[in-house]
Design a protein around this ligand. Structure first.
Ligand SMILES: Cc1cc2nc3c(=O)[nH]c(=O)nc-3n(C[C@H](O)[C@H](O)[C@H](O)COP(=O)(O)OP(=O)(O)OC[C@H]3O[C@@H](n4cnc5c(N)ncnc54)[C@H](O)[C@@H]3O)c2cc1C
Length: 419
């Protein structure tokens, strides 16, 4: 949204494509005007929505980009069919997703990703009166716990795998970002009374038809905690599939960009979580820079470099604070499913030495999620790297994939434009 608004304010024609039915990405998409106007997130979302609307950005929501058949052309689909979008300049801002680690019982109903459960509650899942264990690592756990509590859930415990020492360093580092101190104080208030344990993680989820309790490992001892839901995520991994498909260089899981957010592919820029997981402030600054650069207003973009430098340091601090501890590699048992789309257990993966071999011989990563879940897990467990991305980057209808299928044409005013 920041990239779209800034580019359009420079006078170029801009289209924004988002597969969610509402604008706003992971954080803002369901913040409605019925919520408190004093909530700073509503104010931030409204600010960018207003700027986009004033500058005349065409928003195409509920449309998912699945392929780039040639440079300058994207194929996208929605419930009505296939669309061809043409561009001169493209800013990729595909966000991040949660990292999941396999452990016994993680495929039971009501074991969910932390952000995943939050998204379901945003979508209407009733959570009032339910006992929700929140576990994994990263600041998202706190945001999710606060959100669920606000919607009536009981949170018996938040389990954070990182150590108290790392958290203490993180707390001290926050003084370099005064705006984050305010957010931290607010979160502390929202979470008051909820027990928090560092050095602690879930080792098993128990239940027959659905989850009824979890076993956690705290200070070397296993404890059983009854609950209705487990919200469990191990920080975030950048969504780089579309960038990879276009041929952009990716290093250590992040899209490589230069100062002006240019990727290694001409006319393709990238901003936000795909370049590094650094939170909403960094995503917005990068978006502004990318939008200005794509509209050839490099001087204005350069004025934001210092702000971005400071925000990127926060991404580095997040990375070192919430690094996964090696003990988590011992979580899966031989029979624990690692690739849940294709039912591939841990023991079958142990027979392989690379992602490619596991894919070819055990079908790991070949199911509907195309390795989005098991890819980051096997990267942590075995140090494997997914070596290629093939179209479509998301599951798509056969009609979309069939060659010669005529794409639907959007109205002139709806067609995505660069300059
Ligand atoms: C599940 C989850 C929950 C989160 N909850 C919080 C929270 O409560 N508070 C908080 O401070 N931070 C939260 N974060 C972190 C937060 O999302 C980021 O800091 C911030 O949103 C980054 O902005 P972005 O523009 O890079 O990505 P996003 O806001 O994620 O925006 C990326 C958008 O691109 C869309 N997209 C991706 N691929 C395609 C495609 N092929 N075609 C069309 N559209 C596509 C996505 O659907 C999404 O709407 C959450 C992250 C995740 C993954």
């Amino acid at each position: 949204m920041a990239a779209a608004a800034c580019a359009a304010e420079c006078g170029v024609r801009v289209g924004l494509v988002d597969d969610n039915p509402r604008l706003g990405g992971q954080i803002w998409r369901s913040e409605s005007s019925s919520q408190q106007e004093s909530d700073p997130r509503i104010a931030d979302a409204s600010h960018w929505l207003q700027r986009m609307s004033t500058a005349g950005v065409t928003a195409l929501c509920g449309l998912r980009v699945v392929h780039q058949p040639e440079a300058g052309v994207l194929l996208a689909e929605n419930l009505d069919g296939l669309y061809e979008l043409r561009y001169d300049k493209l800013v990729l801002a595909t966000g991040a997703r949660e990292r999941f680690l396999p452990f016994p019982g993680w495929t039971l109903p009501n074991v969910m990703g932390a952000g995943g459960l939050q998204a379901m509650v945003k979508g209407g899942l009733p959570i009032r009166g339910k006992r929700v264990m929140v576990a994994g690592t990263g600041p998202l756990l706190l945001a999710v716990a606060a959100y669920l509590r606000k919607h009536g859930a009981e949170i018996p415990l938040i389990c954070e795998q990182t150590s108290w020492g790392s958290l203490a360093k993180f707390g001290l580092a926050l003084f370099r970002w005064p705006e984050k101190i305010g957010q931290t104080i607010q979160l502390k208030r929202d979470l008051s009374g909820i027990p928090f344990a560092a050095n602690t993680w879930v080792v098993a989820a128990n239940g027959q038809a659905a989850l009824d309790s979890v076993d956690i490992l705290r200070d070397g001892r296993v404890e059983m905690i009854p609950c209705d839901y487990l919200a469990c995520g191990y920080h975030l991994v950048p969504n780089v599939e579309l960038a990879l498909l276009m041929g952009c260089a990716v290093d250590q899981g992040c899209v490589q960009v230069d100062d002006l957010q240019n990727t290694t592919v001409a006319s393709v820029f990238c901003a936000g979580e795909p370049t590094s997981v650094g939170g909403v402030e960094l995503a917005i600054i990068e978006g502004q820079i990318a939008g200005l650069a794509a509209a050839e207003h490099a001087t204005e973009a350069r004025a934001l470099f210092a702000k971005r430098r400071k925000a990127r340091r926060f991404a580095d601090v997040l990375d070192s604070t919430f690094r996964l501890r090696p003990e988590l590699k011992n979580l899966p048992l031989p029979e624990t499913m690692v690739c849940r789309c294709e039912d591939v257990p841990y023991s079958r993966l142990q027979q392989h030495t690379s992602w490619r071999s596991a894919k070819l011989h055990a079908r790991c990563g070949m199911g509907p999620c195309q390795g989005r879940v098991c890819g980051p897990a096997t990267e942590f467990l075995f140090k494997w790297n997914p070596d290629s991305v093939r179209p479509p980057v998301f599951p798509a209808r056969v009609g979309t994939l069939a060659t010669g299928d005529e794409p639907l044409h959007l109205q002139h005013s709806d067609v995505m434009g660069g300059h």
